[in-house]
Design a protein around this ligand. Structure first.
Ligand code: HEC
Length: 212
């Protein structure tokens, strides 16, 4: 199995002992039926279990005000969050979303650089790395702002994810086949995904509170 989230392995032994009943209720808040996820992504039962553990662990890291928002998300929203996670096998215990994004940008640039120089291995590797970017500590939600953690706002997240990561995987396949023109055609849709998600969930980076 591919998970590299070191805490995930320790977690079943340690956290319940620490948190007792509180843990159980939190865990229940994110236990959702696997069937809807399974229908599309078809993860095996072991993978479903691991995903649920990861989501429970993310819940444990959240402050109560965020936990409260997550608990009342609809099953549909929770399933779509889980589908996003199902496409990733790399987790960080320390990196923030901003750090992960900086890494994503480096992969994106390497991908484009490979297209320009017709280096199909560079293109395919960079695109797959981008598609399987690390999940930041605590998951995505802690970085989106409390005002965005509701069913309405999160409904759009999966679409952004698919347009970036779905097209990055297609781009990788085109690169495998040595078809740079085809690979290049996916750069626009990927870029639109980055830009649309930023327009929705990100404020202007690096604003100073020392300006009037
Ligand atoms: C799911 C939504 C989403 C997608 C898709 C997304 N980003 Fe981001 N990105 C964010 C958010 C939210 C932040 C702000 C994070 C913070 O400040 O905590 C961010 C921040 C960044 C930053 C850090 C500098 C800054 O503006 O804060 C870079 C660089 C970046 N993104 C690049 C990319 C690239 C390149 C892609 C596409 C390949 C991409 N992002 C796709 C949500 C997204």
């Amino acid at each position: 199995m591919v998970y590299q989230h070191s805490q995930t392995n320790k977690f079943p032994k340690t956290l319940p002992a620490i948190c007792g009943k509180y843990f159980v209720s939190l865990a229940a808040a994110f236990l959702i039926s696997g069937s809807a996820v399974a229908a599309e992504a078809k993860p095996d039962p072991q993978k479903m279990q691991e995903l649920q553990k990861i989501m429970q662990h993310q819940m444990m890291l959240m402050k109560p005000e965020l936990q409260a928002k997550v608990k009342v998300l609809s099953p549909k929203t929770k399933q779509s969050l889980m589908k996003i996670l199902a496409q990733h096998s790399r987790y960080s215990d320390t990196a923030t979303l901003r750090q992960v994004m900086t890494e994503v940008l480096a992969d994106y640039q390497s991908m484009v650089s490979g297209i320009m120089t017709e280096n199909k291995e560079q293109v395919a590797d960079s695109a797959r790395r981008l598609a399987n970017h690390r999940i930041p500590v605590g998951g995505l939600l802690p970085y989106l702002g409390l005002e965005n953690v509701n069913d309405d706002r999160l409904a759009i997240l999966e679409g952004f994810n698919d347009s970036v990561e779905g097209n990055a995987k297609k781009l990788a396949s085109a690169a495998d086949a040595g078809d740079m023109a085809q690979a290049a055609s996916f750069v626009g849709p990927i870029t639109s995904g980055c830009v649309s998600c930023h327009a929705t969930f990100r404020s202007q980076p690096g604003l100073s509170n020392l300006l009037r």
